[in-house]
Design a protein around this ligand. Structure first.
Ligand SMILES: [Zn+2]
Ligand SMILES: [Zn+2]
Length: 185
């Protein structure tokens, strides 16, 4: 996923279609949290020059299978994320010099991604955008009722017999009051 800036004039549209394994951290993630990228990642973006930097604006689309964090059922989550990234080229200094290090820190603080040799490699930046767009606590639906803590029934599919037996702590105090009244008589 590289864009050569040498021939770039005006605003140019790019479209990439990358398998999820292009992004090494997505592979790690799918192993650690049990999710699966079901379709390639489609990245469409406009890129143009603004003074000393290049601005890329675009959208990422893919679909991911997650396991719901409440009911543990698998579900498919269409993933869309808009992004805007600013790239700046490395100044011509010794890469080992202190000035170079300072420049890189300053550029990063300003939200700029540094590129080298007239070529912007988007892979790492796009990977970051995908990671940020993933839900921290995946839910099959906003109002997922989860599993019964006692019998493990999926409460989205219907009730279970434990439901009525669940004691509401709100009424515990009332029951106590009744007993105290009787004692006072
Ligand atoms: Zn769920
Ligand atoms: Zn139950």
């Amino acid at each position: 996923m590289k864009i050569s800036v040498q021939t770039l004039k005006g605003k140019k549209l790019f479209r990439f279609e990358e398998p999820a394994h292009t992004f090494p951290m997505l592979t790690d993630l799918s192993e650690s949290i049990n999710c699966e990228f079901l379709s390639p990642v489609i990245i469409s973006l406009d890129i143009y020059r603004v003074n000393d930097m290049y601005r890329a604006e675009g959208r990422i689309e893919t679909s991911v299978r997650f396991q719901c964090s409440r009911c543990l059922e698998d579900f498919i989550h269409p993933l869309h994320a808009d992004f805007a990234l600013n790239f700046t080229s490395q100044p011509d200094t010794d890469p080992e010099s202190l000035i170079q290090g300072e420049y890189e820190i300053k550029a990063e603080q300003a939200g700029l991604v540094i590129f080298r040799d007239d070529e912007i490699d988007l892979t790492e930046s796009i990977q970051d955008q995908i990671l940020m767009a993933l839900p921290i606590q995946p839910l099959c639906r906003e109002d997922c009722r989860g599993l019964c803590p006692q019998c493990g029934t999926n409460l989205n599919l219907g009730g279970c017999n434990c439901e009525k037996a669940v004691f509401n702590p709100k009424f515990q105090n009332l029951a106590g009051l009744e007993i105290n009244k009787k004692k006072n008589r």
